[in-house]
Design a protein around this ligand. Structure first.
Ligand code: G3I
Length: 381
């Protein structure tokens, strides 16, 4: 009887081994399943940007679009695996989210917020008060300063209120005011919001006040381009923020957009010669003002005309590494967002083919040297 039991166990063991071996092999050999469900996160490798960032207190983010999330499984999979923060690339701008005076359209950002929630990510609210991509009803309408003030306030209250109520804890940082300063470091004069109050920048203080009231726990940022290193525009923005803070404006952080490119003959061109030696000194002075730093829109344009060469890819990677390494120097640099995920979709895709490829993943979602540069910097190498 005992002997009989033993052989049953033995047979059972052999069957079990067979099932595990054959079943396992079948799984390994079958084509990779695209899994964008929540459990996909559990199978993430600890060396993803997302996970390395978590260990170092850095949210790793990317600008994204809901139609790519839903339409391209590789995109969704990469997004969930590699990033812990999303910025909606366009659909939170007035022309989309506030299509008429009395209506708001949350269709697209809701889809992104849903994805963020499912995958345990946060979202950067971008942007609340900005100067381009405004709807015609606003730019061609005739409004007094008081009316514009009320319109701006309603927008802030409605948009922040929507995400605070429907996605608690997801949209934790907001670009309250975006690109208010021109290249010479002056407050832009021809901006519709300049008609609010008695000075051209009065709207800034009001926007931050309304945002603070609407969502007290949120972190409020001023976001701009060309202010990443010491220089006239960065000096000007630094002084403006210093003054705004002295006047009681409640502002938590600075967004360094960090689009690394230059304008050449009216078109965009790579800029590998930019002096980045003052990156850290510049970051430090903003932090010393009591601000948190987010790198909000990072990308590095390269030349693509004759195919992308290794030299350009490594030059690009070196710039990625410089920025991420600078962020690593400061606990107060808490978020690093690239302006897209893959060269397949990016805001420069419309360019004539001579330049592009600004992102960490290539057209086929393979990791570029830029990706590895981010990882290396996150590992402190
Ligand atoms: O939605 C229309 C579509 O209906 C039309 O068929 C198509 C034809 O060109 O245009 C579509 O609109 C485009 C829109 O992006 C959405 O794709 C606009 O032409 C295009 O100008 C717009 O560009 C956006 C740009 O902001 C506008 O200034 C980029 O995608 C977006 O990445 C970029 O993002 C900004 C940040 O918000 C602020 N910092 C600078 C950054 C880069 O410019």
């Amino acid at each position: 009887m005992i002997k009989h039991k033993k052989s049953i166990f033995l047979l059972g063991g052999i069957i079990l081994l067979f099932v595990v071996f054959v079943g396992g092999k079948e799984k390994r050999d079958s084509p990779k399943e695209i899994n964008t469900a929540p459990q996909a996160i559990e199978t993430r490798n600890a060396s993803t940007l997302r996970d390395l960032g978590v260990k170092k207190g850095k949210k790793m983010g990317a600008a994204m679009n809901d139609f790519m999330i839903s339409g391209d499984p590789m995109y969704a999979q990469t997004a969930a695996r590699e990033y812990s923060s999303i910025t909606v690339e366009n659909h939170m701008k007035w022309e989309y989210i506030h299509p008429s005076l009395d209506s708001y359209d949350y269709t697209h950002p809701d889809r992104v917020a849903g994805f963020a929630k499912t995958h345990g990510m946060v979202m950067r609210g971008h942007p609340l008060v900005h100067t381009g991509q405004l709807p015609a009803w606003l730019t061609t309408g005739v409004y007094t300063g008081e009316q514009l003030d009320a319109i701006m306030k309603d927008h802030i209250v409605n948009v922040m209120g929507h995400f605070k109520t429907n996605y608690p804890g997801i949209v934790t940082s907001w670009d309250v005011v975006n690109e208010a300063v021109d290249e010479a470091g002056l407050i832009k004069q021809d901006v519709i919001w300049g008609n609010i109050g008695t000075s051209k920048d009065a709207y800034v203080a009001k926007a931050f006040q309304y945002a603070r009231e609407a969502y007290p726990e949120a972190k409020l940022f001023y976001n701009d381009n060309g202010i990443e290193t010491l220089g006239p525009k960065s000096d000007a923005v630094y002084n403006l923020i210093k003054n705004w803070k002295a006047e009681g404006v409640s502002i938590d952080g600075i967004g360094f957009q960090s689009h690394i490119l230059k304008v050449e003959n009216d078109s965009l061109a790579p800029d590998f010669t930019r002096d980045l030696s003052t990156l850290e000194a510049n970051m430090k002075r903003y932090i010393d003002l009591g601000l948190e730093v987010h790198i909000t829109e990072f990308d590095v344009l390269i030349k693509t005309k004759d195919g992308i060469g290794e030299t350009e890819l490594s030059e690009q990677a070196a710039i990625y590494k410089k920025f991420m390494s600078a962020c690593m120097k400061f606990a107060k640099c808490t978020s690093f967002t690239t302006w897209g995920i893959t060269d397949k979709y990016n805001w420069l895709s419309h360019l004539d083919g001579n330049v592009g490829a600004p992102l960490p993943f290539d057209l086929n979602f393979a990791k570029k040297p830029a990706y590895h540069a981010l990882s290396e910097a996150l590992l402190g190498r």
